[in-house]
Design a protein around this ligand. Structure first.
Ligand SMILES: [Zn+2]
Length: 177
């Protein structure tokens, strides 16, 4: 089911820590997973966390789909992360622009510095534990989502407030030169 309206910045829900999922097999968890997938694709996001669809549980999904702009090597199929834990961060860091549907409906872009690579441990939709090493865009998306389940929004981590851009300016600056 597509959620018509996602949680927006200013709502206290976005600042609270999400709770652990105890039972993966119940229909409630299955509903959350399906609603996350449907809403993410509908709103053209490449990630979505439970809290954004009004379910503050420790779950998020990623799916880095093809766009006219996206580097093909960054593409990554749908993944579901339940009760995730980032267990390793690289010392190397990088600054990339981030955005979020929960911040002005994805219209605000800002530079954020984070570790370039991470290793995450989580359960998938079949309750199988997995470990994943991620780099660049996938690593960035995972860290952004991991912040969501810990009640943190990317705007709190913007490295230079003067470099904030609207969506239009971001596209103009980075893709239409
Ligand atoms: Zn977000």
């Amino acid at each position: 089911m597509i959620l018509e309206k996602l949680v927006q910045v200013g709502n206290p829900l976005l600042y609270q820590e999400s709770t652990t999922i105890k039972n993966i097999k119940d229909s409630k968890t299955k509903d959350i997973i399906q609603n996350l997938i449907d809403s993410m694709r509908f709103f053209n996001m490449i990630w979505a966390a439970g809290v954004q669809i009004w379910e503050p549980k420790r779950i998020f999904i990623t799916e880095i789909r093809k766009t006219p702009f996206r580097n093909p090597k960054d593409l990554d199929p749908l993944k579901i992360y339940i009760n995730p834990k980032i267990i390793w961060y690289s010392k190397a860091q990088c600054i990339l622009y981030e955005w979020c549907w929960s911040v002005a409906n994805m219209k605000l872009f800002g530079p954020v510095k984070r570790p370039q690579k991470i290793i995450i441990e989580a359960f998938d939709e079949n309750w199988n534990k997995f470990q994943l090493k991620a780099d660049w865009l996938l690593s960035r998306v995972i860290q952004h989502e991991y912040d969501h389940i810990n009640g943190i929004i990317f705007t709190q981590k913007i490295t230079d407030i003067k470099k904030i851009m609207s969506q239009d300016e971001y596209i103009k600056n980075f893709y239409k030169q």
